[in-house]
Design a protein around this ligand. Structure first.
Ligand SMILES: Cc1ncc(COP(=O)(O)O)c(C=O)c1O
Length: 424
């Protein structure tokens, strides 16, 4: 224990944390793929600081972009004003996004990016005179954030059960499983053919459902779901908060199935994991529905104080350039190194399944009565110089996209050791 961790215990309340059973670990620095604690111990950041770090910590190009912008302007509102980093980042996002997405609405977290898509879809249908279209369809075990609208389209009972009475109810279809997800698509088609008149949008995490435990979808599912949405005139909201910016091996996961959604939700890696920033991209057709005279009150009544923060946008712009030039090609190479490492982990006693999509992976442990094995492994692995976070019995690997092969091998060795020690 240190003076800082003592003070933390007296004054703080941490997210998703049972405070009664928690010991603080104070992080004092970062360096590439590593976090450094207050005593100087180095840990591989195996979950990219909650899935958002892209190029490692303290990248000189990003530090420079941040300092340059700070010397000009740290913040000015985007309500009624604009600024260069916000404008240039929006243009750069449109350049790399699936064709047809032409408008960027900024906010500051993954949850708000999803809330905005839900509200814009809802209002779009009102504005177009289809006022019965008020419901949302989601996948089982979906996760789209912790604000109330996002929780309403979520399906992780453990996180959200207690808030049930506060939520807008959504229509659940089972997460796709098996080789083609046919049962899930059939149910989606049934819902859409029966009640598209009252459905505004389908919300999905593309290719892989992260918080559900890295559930990888069968290939073709997203493309077929997109076709159904188009056929029945229901919006498709793709939540790339976790998968965006190279995580699955392409800039965006929906590229892999040639899908242009009506709304694309981005956050986490958008500003490289340096600062809070998010964006909801949409099409000209959606945007144009909100146009009119001021007095028509058709505009979108939503905005946050720190929407399009200039520091975050400047880092986001530098990050996008770095990603295209260096970090995405590295990630594409390291996907194979991760597959090799996971094949060793899969053979360990006590490991039930491993699942991978790009540089996202879940190692599912066979459950044991009365044990919280995921947490135990993540606690133990710290002594091996790695930070990980579990999702129930699933231990997650989500390193920075800039990670090297030797660092991945170190992650594998430490994970094997921690699993062995936990299962004893
Ligand atoms: C797919 C997805 N959507 C939304 C969110 C919420 O993002 P935030 O924590 O920035 O609100 C997350 C966070 O993990 C996520 O994985």
């Amino acid at each position: 224990m240190s003076e800082l961790s003592d003070l933390d215990r007296r004054v703080l309340w941490h997210p998703f944390t049972q405070q009664a059973e928690w010991t603080p670990l104070v992080i004092a620095g970062g360096d590439g793929s590593f976090l450094i604690d207050e005593h100087g111990k180095r840990y591989i950041d195996g979950v990219s600081s909650l899935w958002c770090n892209v190029h490692g910590h303290r990248h000189p190009a990003l530090d420079r972009a941040l300092a340059d912008q700070a010397s000009k302007l740290a913040h000015s509102t985007f309500l009624g004003l604009t600024h260069e980093p916000g404008i240039r980042l929006a243009a750069a996002l449109i350049d790399v996004a699936p064709k047809g997405l032409t408008r960027v609405f900024y906010s500051d977290s993954g949850s708000t990016a999803v809330e905005i898509a839900l509200k814009q879809s809802f209002q779009y249908w009102q504005l177009r005179g289809r006022s019965a279209k008020q419901k949302f369809v989601r996948l089982g075990d979906a996760y789209h954030g912790d604000t109330l609208g996002a929780v309403g389209v979520g399906g992780i009972d453990l996180f959200h059960r207690v808030f049930g009475p506060l939520l807008v109810q959504s229509i659940a279809i089972p997460s796709p499983s098996g080789s083609d997800g046919a049962a899930s698509l059939e149910q989606l088609e049934r819902e859409l053919s029966n009640r598209a008149y009252e459905i505004a949008a389908l919300v999905v995490e593309p290719l892989v459902q992260g918080a559900a435990g890295m559930l990888v979808h069968p290939s073709g599912f997203l493309g077929k779901a997109a076709e159904l949405c188009r056929h029945y005139s229901v919006h498709l909201i793709v939540d790339e908060v976790a998968t965006g910016f190279g995580r699955t091996g392409t800039m965006f996961a929906c590229e892999q199935e040639d899908v242009t959604p009506d709304f694309l939700c981005l956050a986490k890696g958008i500003a490289a994991g340096y600062l809070p920033l998010a964006a909801t991209l949409s099409t000209e057709e959606i945007y144009s529905a909100f146009l009119g005279k001021r007095t028509d009150l058709r505009h979108f009544f939503h905005g946050h104080t720190f929407t399009a923060n200039p520091l975050a946008c400047a880092v986001g712009l530098a990050s996008l350039d770095l990603l295209q030039r260096e970090t995405l090609p590295n990630a594409q190479r390291q996907i194979h190194a991760m597959t090799a490492a996971l094949s060793h982990i899969a053979r360990l006693p006590g490991v039930r399944d491993v699942r991978q999509c790009g540089l996202m992976a879940g190692i599912e442990l066979a459950p044991m009565e009365g044990r919280a094995l995921g947490v135990e492994v993540c606690d133990r692995i710290r002594s091996h110089g790695v930070i990980l976070r579990n999702l129930g019995d699933v231990v997650v690997w989500m390193p920075p996209l800039s990670i090297s092969t030797p660092e991945l091998q170190r992650l594998e060795t430490a994970t094997s050791a921690a699993i062995g020690e936990t299962l004893g």
